[in-house]
Design a protein around this ligand. Structure first.
Ligand code: AMP
Length: 282
C-alpha cells in the first residue's frame, strides 16, 4: 500500500494508472476510521483495479465554531484498516497541498444543500462539494463510494456529478451501526458513557419509525417525526432537527414520494450526532 501526501503526486500517479488502463476507485474519508468506513472499502474493492482512500479533514466544510481543531486522528490505525481492507493507495494530503492560499473557486449545490444540516451548517456542503470535486480530479476515480450515514451528503454528491457531468459512478453504501445500534461515527469518540447511553435514543426511535413507515406508508411520517423528537428530548438530548422529507427532492413528503428520508441531528453534551433511516415505496 502506498501513502501519498501531496496533491501533485496523487494526480501524477493517477494519470499514469489511467494511461495504463487501470480503473481507480475512491473512498473519501476524514480518517479516524471505523467499521462503517471499512464497509465502504469492501463495497469499492471489487468495483475497481486500484482502490484509493483519501484521509483529509477538510477545513472548508467546518464552520468557525465547529470541531475542526479537535477532530480525532489516528493515522497509523487508519493505515492498518485500509491495508487490511485491500486499499492500494492512502491519499493523506495536508491542507496546504489541497488549498492554495488564494483559493477562490467553489462548487455549490443550491437546492439539496439548504434543508437539514444545511440550515445550521450553511457553508458545510459547499466545502464538501468542492473538496470531493478536487478529490475526483486528483485521484481520477471512475467509481466512488459514500455512506448512507450522511444521506444528505450522498444525495448532493449524486446531484453534483449529474449536473456537472463528472465521469464518476457514485455508489451509496448502507449505514453501519454499532452493537447498541448507534450509527458508527468518528465523533462518537467525544461522548461520555452517559451521553452514549442517551444517544441510543436517536437510533432506537428512528428504527421504530422505520418499521411504522414501512407498514403504514409515507402518511405516517409526521407522527413519527414527533415521536423521534420526543425520544431524543426525553433522553436529555437537544434536537437540532428531526425531519421527514422526500429522499429524492429533500422537500416535503407527498403521496407520490418514492423514498422517504427520516433524518435527525441532535446534541448530546458538546457532541452533535446525525442519523437517519430511509424507506422505499414501490
Ligand atoms: P467521514 O470520515 O465521517 O467524513 O465519512 C467518510 C465516509 O464514510 C462518508 O461517505 C460517510 O457517509 C461514510 N460513513 C461514516 N460513518 C458511516 C457509517 N456508520 N456507515 C456507513 N458509512 C459511514
Amino acid at each position: 500500500m502506498r501513502i501519498i501526501n501531496t496533491a501533485e503526486e496523487m494526480q501524477r500517479t493517477a494519470l499514469s494508472l489511467r494511461a495504463a488502463g487501470r480503473k481507480i476507485g475512491l473512498v473519501p474519508t476524514m480518517g479516524f476510521l471505523h467499521a462503517g468506513h471499512a464497509s465502504l472499502l469492501d463495497v469499492c474493492r471489487p468495483e475497481c483495479d486500484v482502490l484509493a482512500v483519501s484521509i483529509f479533514v477538510n477545513p472548508t466544510q467546518f464552520g468557525p465554531n465547529e470541531d475542526l481543531d479537535k477532530y480525532p486522528r489516528d493515522f497509523d490505525h487508519d493505515c492498518e484498516l485500509c491495508e487490511s481492507h485491500g486499499a492500494d493507495i492512502v491519499f493523506a494530503p495536508t491542507p496546504e497541498t489541497i488549498y492554495a492560499p488564494d483559493h477562490s473557486t467553489w462548487v455549490v449545490e443550491e437546492v439539496l444543500s439548504k434543508p437539514l444540516c444545511g440550515r445550521t451548517r450553511p457553508i458545510h456542503f459547499r466545502g464538501v462539494a468542492t473538496v470531493v470535486t478536487k478529490l475526483f480530479n486528483l485521484t481520477q476515480a471512475q467509481v466512488a463510494v459514500f455512506g448512507r450515514k450522511d444521506a444528505q451528503q450522498a444525495l448532493i454528491i449524486e446531484r453534483m456529478v449529474r449536473d456537472l457531468n463528472i465521469p464518476v459512478r457514485i455508489i451509496v453504501a448502507p449505514l453501519v451501526r454499532d452493537e447498541d445500534k448507534v450509527a458508527l461515527s468518528s465523533r462518537n469518540r467525544y461522548l461520555s458513557a452517559g451521553e452514549r447511553g442517551a444517544a441510543r435514543s436517536i437510533s432506537r426511535s428512528l428504527l421504530a419509525a422505520e418499521q411504522t413507515l414501512t407498514v403504514g406508508g409515507a402518511a405516517a411520517a409526521a407522527g413519527e417525526v414527533e415521536k423521534v423528537r420526543a425520544a431524543i428530548t426525553d433522553a436529555g438530548g437537544t434536537v437540532d432537527y428531526v425531519e421527514a422529507l422526500d429522499a429524492d427532492t429533500l422537500s416535503g413528503v407527498t403521496a407520490g414520494s418514492r423514498r422517504v428520508l427520516l433524518a435527525a441531528a441532535a446534541w448530546f453534551g458538546a457532541t452533535r450526532l446525525i442519523d437517519n433511516i430511509m424507506v422505499e415505496y414501490k
